[in-house]
Design a protein around this ligand. Sequence first.
Ligand code: 13P
Length: 275
Amino acid sequence: MLVNLNEILKKARKERYAVGLFNTTDTDMLQAAIEAAEELSSPVIVGTAEVLLPYGELKLIAPSVVAAAKRAKVPVAVHYDHGLTYERCVEALKLGFSSVMFDGSVKPYAENIAETREIVKLAHAMGATVEGEIGHVGDAAEGLSSMYTTAEEAKAYADAAGVDALAVAIGSAHGVYKKKPMLNIARLKEIAAAVDLPLVLHGGSGLSDDDFAQSIAGGIAKVNVFTDLCLAGEAAMKEGTEKNLGYLETRNLKVKAIKEAVKTKIRLFGCAGKA
Ligand code: 13P
């Protein structure tokens, strides 16, 4: 069933587990994520991100993602990740997404607040939820250059912007890590004590089991994952080529590998059986 973030994340934060957002640029990844969640009776979040649209245009994939969520046996939120422009966030909401992230984290503070508030107003009127970001989660390929979130700015931003979930920068990054990330769990706990919202950890690929255990215990209720799904799919495609399998057999191998990668994360996040 299609739900918004509040319907799954409030309980997650209270009961100290996290729901995964698995970005899906095509229906193969979508099938893998939904089947994994159904097989583990877990709520799940699927969707895509603005930087991924060149690999799967919103208008093309939104109808599949929304229909799959409605049909699913478990709660599924359809989330537009890292919306960079007001226009694209509105487009995602009109196409039936139940949630959007507005990422104004590199904009001046007042602009970030003002634009987020506009999107919150529209999304809430449509029954959808909004994730915001304060501090900035960087790209692992550029080194760990995140601007860490402070508890004061998280509280001020959450109060002013009116978001439903908050992405925080505590040392994770998007993509493949060049060196082992060190999450600032003490900072996370300070933020969680100041802000009652479900907190979101971006850059969920390549983190250790202990990183997840500690960050979820510290207040993280949503973890975003994409790179690990790509790596699992890539390895399966190489295997298919080496074994001389055809296109369709290789495709099935890829879906199976991505599904296993999603299941591994769902189990680590403590989310299995929470549907
Ligand atoms: P990874 O690709 O590092 O898993 O990050 C995903 C993410 O945070 C999307 O917002």
